[in-house]
Design a protein around this ligand. Structure first.
Ligand SMILES: *Cc1c(COP(=O)(O)O)cnc(C)c1O
Length: 436
């Protein structure tokens, strides 16, 4: 069954999260500050104190194209590891775009269309968010304009082709059609781009045009809330409660979507699972970033958000998990991490691809590079169980398939893939640019 409500964890937290600040006044921002970028209903959801928000019928009708998604027991993987642990995965790759991102793209497009918006702008890294928003805009008759990070635009031509099939227009970022993009190009004509730069371009384009709003695919409270359909379904589907829940974190939305409903039960004292976020060693915002107010984009156009950040100037090494290459982290998850509500670890990319290949050979599904981080940690946990003899129940989010990432798998298989070490000086340098 598809849930009829999204779950908002904010009112259940022991301490409320710190507010976003206006970049000029440094005062907490109000709804009017966000109105040029987002429709009113999403602004309302961003600050909502309601524990459950009903999912509109029009959104449920689109969710029905692929939801509920399967919850599977990875018996072949368990057998190949020789572990007494029981491994379950919630598979979001069955959506039209092949990841969890349509769970929020669809309601965002719906609320914008309902409030008379005609066009949405956004950024995309690896292309999963761009194709999700392009699909959702097609469902509700909206135009869609996308800035795709140059490096991915060149490496993944099929992702931008998919966005165009859904009717979107796509620019490589940095582009010459915005001031933010032109400024970067003037200094670095060969810039490979970054999510931070692409966000600046999409925000600028939305703020300067009529009937146009901006959509963000992760990080914000309303996005995390929309993703809770994942965890609500998993709660209903599981026959036994997990001892360990593992998910990968870029901006944090698939992780939050899976774990928030379980955290509701944990906060109520009903269950007590260990909850673990996994981030790439090349972009470790929880484990090596600073908890501080920073911009969400490179140009400094967004509100200041208190989050775990590597600095808005940080450009991560070109790992293949494009969806995890973001300098910041969800402010809500950052706050919860400070409260000790979950742990975080890092994994480097070759061990992740090793886990992805093992998963494909045992369970048959080719994982996207991002969730291979969660799989590498899941496998490590299952092997610890093998040592100790513990029959733990492990739950993980398999948040997307890797059919557009086969070039990366080929590089792994041919031994060309490298791991990057991230020297502390690079983090310190980017952190020195944090706003005072
Ligand atoms: C975008 C994306 C991510 C990273 O974003 P989160 O908000 O952290 O979930 C991870 N996996 C896939 C498949 C993605 O498309």
């Amino acid at each position: 069954m598809i849930p009829s409500n999204w779950y908002n964890i904010v009112p259940d937290l022991p301490v409320p999260p710190p507010p976003p600040l206006h970049p000029a006044t440094r005062e907490p921002i109000g709804p009017d500050d966000l109105a040029p970028l987002f429709p009113m209903e999403l602004i309302r959801q961003e600050v909502s104190q309601e524990r459950f928000v009903p999912i509109p019928q029009e959104v449920l009708d689109v969710y029905r194209l692929w939801r509920p998604t399967p919850l599977m027991r990875a018996r072949n993987l368990e057998k190949s590891l020789g572990t007494p642990a029981r491994i379950y995965y919630k598979y979001e790759g069955v959506s039209p775009a092949g990841s969890h991102k349509p769970n929020t793209a669809v309601p965002q497009a719906y609320y914008n269309a309902r409030e008379g918006v005609r066009r949405l702008t956004t950024e995309t890294g690896a292309g999963q968010w761009g194709s999700s928003l392009a699909f959702a805009c097609a469902q509700f008759g909206l135009e869609c304009e996308i800035w795709m990070v140059r490096a991915s635009y060149d490496q993944k031509p099929y992702r931008s082709a998919l966005m165009r099939v859904y009717g979107a227009s796509v620019h490589a970022s940095p582009s010459s059609v915005t001031q933010s993009g032109s400024k970067v190009l003037a200094e670095h004509p060969d810039s490979p781009g970054s999510l931070g730069i692409a966000i600046s371009e999409a925000v600028e384009a939305a703020a300067s045009a009529d009937n146009t709003r901006y959509a963000l695919g992760s990080v914000l409270n309303h996005v995390l809330m929309h993703q809770t359909v994942i965890g609500e379904e998993a709660l209903a589907q599981l026959e036994e409660m997990p001892d360990v829940i593992v998910g990968c974190t870029g901006g944090g939305s698939n992780f939050a979507g899976l774990v928030f409903p379980f955290l509701r039960l944990k906060l109520a004292g009903e269950i007590d699972p260990v909850i673990r976020a996994v981030e790439p060693a090349a972009c470790p915002s929880f484990t090596r970033g600073r908890y501080a107010y920073d911009f969400g984009d490179t140009a400094g156009l967004t509100p200041l958000m208190k989050m775990h950040t590597l600095g808005h100037d940080f450009v991560p090494d070109p790992i293949h998990a494009g969806g995890l290459r973001y300098h910041g982290m969800s402010p809500l998850l950052s706050h919860m991490y400070e409260l000790g509500m979950f742990e975080a670890v890092t994994r480097s990319q070759t061990e992740c691809f090793e886990a992805g290949v093992r998963f494909a050979r045992t369970e048959g599904i080719l994982p996207a590079p991002e969730p291979t981080h969660a799989l590498a940690e899941t496998i490590a946990e299952a092997l610890r169980c093998k040592e100790s003899g513990e029959e733990k129940v492990i739950l993980t989010a398999l948040c997307g398939h890797g059919h557009f990432d086969l070039a990366a798998y080929e590089r792994y298989l041919s031994g060309e893939m490298e791991d990057f070490t991230l020297p502390q000086e690079r983090i310190d340098e980017a952190l020195s640019g944090l706003p005072a």
